[in-house]
Design a protein. Structure first.
Length: 241
């Protein structure tokens, strides 16, 4: 009888401790989740990053939190990574991955973190599907219309070490580029059109001990919205971490 009572007391005490720990964790995580899911203020333009001529390079430096980046114009010369540098005082855009939002969002924002475009993940889909939207009107005037600007679709679901991402234009059915993620291989990601033309390359490097990506535009293609590749960097970085 004594041993049974002791076991019961231990069980009750363990349960109470477990409940207290769960409550403490929830009390910490819930406010973080609520803050994480708050959208930015809309609508502000990032049209200057939509078309980038061949030879343009953009640096994407990871900030606090998964899939969050600050974007800069690179000031280095040539394709040599050793020449890689950028002015940290001139942010051209920012990105925020809101993993707690339903569905999850990737906010593409101005340097002041004002909303411009976003990627919305599909809650239920085979493979990762992110539809890209751009805000067209100022919500303060009663507008705030979001128009589709493209779609990112992940294939090769089973072979996670060799993901393939397909980029679609505003129709969401016309594929304009394919990007392969050769997991674990230190090679640039290459965005190719269905005809095999290399539009851009981007690569993860280490710059001053921070995760940084370098996006290099290789081909003039005015119809290609480069912001889709920048959002893809956030998606890939989040998936890897």
């Amino acid at each position: 009888m004594g041993s049974s009572s002791a076991r019961l007391i231990i069980y009750i005490a363990s349960s109470l401790i477990g409940c207290c720990v769960a409550i403490i964790i929830l009390a910490i995580l819930l406010p973080i989740g609520i803050i994480n899911s708050i959208p930015p203020e809309y609508c502000f333009s990032t049209q200057h990053l939509k078309y980038l001529p061949a030879g343009t390079t953009i640096a994407l430096r990871k900030t606090y939190g998964l899939g969050r980046f600050e974007l800069f114009n690179e000031t280095g010369n040539g394709d040599n990574i050793s020449n890689f540098k950028f002015n940290t005082s001139t942010i051209v855009a920012t990105m925020k991955f809101r993993s707690w939002a339903i569905p999850y969002r990737i906010d593409f924002m101005t340097s002041e973190q004002k909303g411009s475009a976003e990627g919305r993940g599909a809650s239920f889909s085979i493979g990762q599907q992110v539809t890209l939207y751009e805000c067209r009107n100022d919500i303060s005037t009663g507008g705030g219309d979001f128009t589709v600007m493209g779609r990112i679709s992940q294939t090769n679901i089973i072979e996670f070490w060799k993901r393939t991402y397909e980029i679609y234009d505003a129709t969401t059915t016309n594929k304009i580029a394919t990007v392969e993620d050769k997991f674990g291989i230190n090679e640039p990601f290459v965005a190719r059109t269905p005809d095999g033309v290399v539009v851009a390359e981007f690569q993860q490097i280490t710059w001053q001990l921070q995760e940084t990506w370098r996006l290099s535009v290789k081909f003039d293609m005015p119809s290609f919205d480069m912001r889709s590749l920048m959002i893809l960097v956030s998606v890939i970085s989040y998936n890897r971490n």
